[in-house]
Design a protein around this ligand. Sequence first.
Ligand code: UTP
Length: 486
Amino acid sequence: MTLTNDYPALKAQYEAAGQGHVFTFYNDLSAQEQEAFLDQLKMFDPEELSKIALKAMGESKQPAVKQQACLEPLPRNVTDKVCSASADRKEGWKKLGMDLIRQNKVAVILMAGGQGTRLGSDAPKGCYDIGLPSHKSLFQLQAERILRLQALARGDREEESIIPWYIMTSGPTHEPTCEFFEKHNYFGLSRDNVIFFKQGVMPCFTEDGKLMLQEKGKLAIAPDGNGGIYSALHREGIIASLKKRGVLYSHCYCVDNSLARVADPVFIGYCASKSTDCGIKVVPKSHPEEPVGVVCKCDDKYGVVEYSEISKELAFKRQEDGTLAFGAANIANHFFSTEFLERVPSFAHTLAYHVAHKKIPYTDLTNGQFIKPTKNNGVKLERFVFDVFGHSHAFSVLEVGRALEFSPLKNGSGAGVDCPETSRADILQQHAQFIIEAGGHVKDGVSIEISPLVSYAGEGLEIVKGKTVIQSGVVKTIEDLKQMLA
Ligand code: UTP
């Protein structure tokens, strides 16, 4: 047996925290494997970890429904709706957003560290082909939206407008994501402006708070949730990078929203016009019992309350104008000032971990066998991106139309909801809507896919006015579109 200097101290530390079982197979490992295992164990404070796990698990066992008295709808002064704002206001927000983009003051932060277990693809979600006629991946669609916005902001000026794209990956998604971008030549973006950074990990626990082994010499670990973004931004030097580039505001969104308006100038301008430090885009809840979290006030602080935490009475409650009092559905689409992101470490210690019950492959301590469970057998500890809302000094909420801006890819093909088929249909439906809004028509049975390089949000399609699209296909240039019109 090879002993390293770290071994006795680490063993004592893990034993004192009630986690000494992680060394069950230590003597079966090669010297190299022991070294690697000790390196992994050194990354964590077992006592702190055990406390966090027990606290999170204890809280998750408390009654789900929150006290109704502690929940309040969003105050009117923090919310606006794109659908009811005057054309002038919307134009003002968009102009301000475009000006900020033109001045290189806007960045995009993508949360792409999730393991996409429900989708069931081996590759990261962003690489997924949802079956559009062009077969573009989600990453390509998003890259092209950035390229188009950069071009719109630049206009005919000599200097480029740059929207740096910071992509958060995790252990499982990092390599394949970087390789995918390399393989596709960064989809035409400058590689200097696409920055990958890794989120952190947390060990997985059994339901009774014990660390799990994935292999004999390896703890089972998982990404620390999309709320891991804040510590990762600091640790990985992204805050420093934002400041160096003079970025004042970031748009932060999820990789799996196929309709995501990346760096949306309307949202950026709206939040900036209200001196927002932390903002969120929401969509109206489709019906009172839709299983989504809603943005509201909880104990006088802004936050997201999960659908399981809200009573039926509150879920159905309506305001004077007939809309749901708790109807601002969270779509994890955020605005942050750089100043706010810089401030997060000052209150990070107050942010809780949440428990996610999952199927976690593990090594059986009794016989050393590797087991792939078929039902949930342990917990992952995650932080959520919205956990910071309560610390905002100027919070804003913009409600946008679901059909135009939100179609998440969560489930595998054939699920019927939030799956490749719905993502594809929603994009094609949006593109037909662009044609109609530009004054054109789409012949029945015709389906048209418009490259984001041609139009970001329906702009630039004037040639369709009074005409009908009579041919299905992919619009790569305005010339293509001309050929499809009658
Ligand atoms: P989900 O919570 O839907 O998780 O992530 P997921 O990994 O995509 O899918 P399942 O639950 O395993 O099926 C919402 C967004 O947050 C990101 C995801 O990449 C997605 O954009 N995310 C999630 C992270 O960036 N890191 C995480 O640790 C978890």
